[in-house]
Design a binder for this molecule. Sequence first.
Ligand code: ASP
Length: 329
Amino acid sequence: MLSVTHLTLQDVHHILDLAADLEAEPVLSRAQRLLKRRVALLFYESSTRTRTSFELAAKSLGADTVLVSALSSSIEKGESLKDTGITLRALGAECIILRHPSSGAPYLLAQATQLPILNAGDGIHEHPSQALLDLRTILTRRLGAKQAQSATAQTLAGLTITIVGDIFHSRVARSNALLLPRLGARVVLCGPEPLLPESAAAIGPNLVIDRNLDRALAQSDVVMMLRIQKERLSGLRLDLEDYIARYQLDAARLAAHAPKALVLHPGPMIRGLELTSEVADGPQSAVAEQVHHGLAIRMALLARALEATKTSTNKTKATVKTVKKSTRR
Ligand code: ASP
């Protein structure tokens, strides 16, 4: 699971379906699914939501988890990603969840370890699980919980989703811009030139750029606000006062141009910059729901990642049962 582009619509449908099943499954039976399987979380960048929800997701499926973060491990001493991956595999890791500042790092890790790798955010490239949890949030809010499993080329037809802010440095924006139009959504990208080059419209089909927030809001069913990725600006200087004046989502703007739109944010939110507290805590905000959906989506991604080896585990279990039966006789 390195990029949303690797998923067919059928895969997306399957992930949404599995997420719903796992969420509804009784806790004890769910905990048998990946019982004692080993999942490693390898984090070279800080994280709150993604790390915690992947860890809780793995644990609620019964897996054992181990966290390796850049500080406090041999990474600090200069060990390469490849060697760290090989070490984790030698210790029995069956799947690695990776967050890394370099775009493409998960591909290298997949190649070096031949293990299933779940991309938990790589540089400015992608954040596939975030796009899937955003999709689940949109579907649940717009189509209702029952239809939230549907993923066809028409599922989001008629919906306009506007992504606002630092599109260029945002892996969340890229994964969403690659995924949502495939389900029929019209995606509007909105931001100033340095954070949204004209070429961004070429990320995928059905994308348009509108640099005027009020005009973009007026067309929107969903507005996704983004944090300015200050750790990735590489010396780029922004006039924050001007940015706030043109792109901050405040209550007056929302009420005037998009009083019914759903407001999303992947977090962490910088209140007072890309949006105000009034909007973040307001009735149109689905930020906490996004976090909630992250757990179910990540359970599904883990179950799916370890599925391939499940058949052999089942066979082993079946053999153990047969052996036990024959000894009883
Ligand atoms: N948490 C998201 C990410 O890791 C968004 C952000 O950091 O602004 O990409």
